[in-house]
Design a protein around this ligand. Sequence first.
Ligand code: URP
Ligand code: ZN
Length: 453
Amino acid sequence: MATIIIKHGNVVTEEGVQNVDVKIVNGVITAIGTDLTSDKGDQVIDASGKFVLPGVIDVHTHYKMGSPNGYTADDFESGSKSAACGGVTTYIDFASPVEGKPLLESLLIRQEEAKAHSYLDYHLHMEVTGWHDFTLEDLKQLARYGISSLKVYTTYSDRLPDDKIRKLLKMAKETDLLVIFHAEDDDLIASFREEFKKQNKTGVEYHAESRPHAAEVKSVQNLLAMAKEIDVPIYIVHVSTGEACELMKKAQQEGQKVYGETCPHYLLLTAECYKKEQGQRYMMTPPLRTEKDQELLWKGLQEGIFQCLTTDHCSYTVQQKLEFNSCFDGLNGIPGSETLLPLTYSEGVANGRITIEQLVAYLATNPAKLFGLYPQKGVISIGSDGDITILDPEKEVVLTGEKLHSAAGYTPFEGIKVKGYPTTTILRGNIIYQDGNFVAQKPEGRFIRARSK
Ligand code: URP
Ligand code: ZN
């Protein structure tokens, strides 16, 4: 029996911090307590002075994502490796519909792409797009298979029009699937783009202005209204504006079940980045916003308006990015999984904005609960998978693309000094990252089925 004991660490759950030992036998947590004894052959880790966290779950990654302008730099192998080096143990990526195939079959094709390549455990959100038809039976099949969520874009060519969103929300209610939305109003963006083109404002420096705050706000307003009418929970991905966060708060206060996430880049970078040389490095949708938005998003985390902190990891190399020099087309997306925990611990917990318990809730427990992975994932508890991230709160690191492991080769957080860094990542009792070294031998990540909530 393979046994690993993590001793003397400050074990964090969303309820509090306890100085206890954690024992993992054959990949599962079997004991939590003081002075757990070890047998000959057991692997013992001394975590004195360190935080012992449930493995981080990044519920928004795009590994091996194709677009008309090319594939992401990270595939499942390099993406999951990079994430592991940042303390992530599970991620949720996306499956796109395949023409002529039912949704479940499309999902299985994507699952096959990840299989044998992922170093981490994973789950998939099923995308539902405007051009692909779907039926109630499609959704029932997905739910039976263990899928917990459907992803809808309100922008891009894949967007779902409002009549189909309503139809989907009604079916999602019946099948207990959570619909998660990329919220940007496409008509508003189209009209801004037309205007910007007329004025010859096409450079990267116009990226944020051409996809304005109002686009996210209008879309969130519309989605909240539809969800209210149908009385179904919804989840908004990568919220970038303070106004959208306030709309969510108001809806929650009125009793609506609305959930959401924000990402480190919206908390820590602003649209000024687009004016820098090689502003393409920072292009993603929705775009970066203002310092005022950052304040309101942190407030949203302090008040629990958001449930998750995620990355929208969608990595391209600088070379790929620089092939385009326009705010209207190009490669949107940035790398992020590896820096999720260091940035949110350092800027959130060490800087006194949120507590360590809140961080664990946003990075592990809430994601697991919302997407049906709890209590197998997201918590340090007897019977849960032995997924553990050990973080040294004193370790200082200056983030640089050169030292990170994403195939992007760069980070939009270049030069930021963080205090607090993961030292060990353990997936189901196996150490896969230790003190700067990725040590997993083989990609042994498993697809994790959601349990009904
Ligand atoms: O720019 C981004 N965010 N690219 C990934 C696709 C998406 O919109 O989430
Ligand atoms: Zn995304």
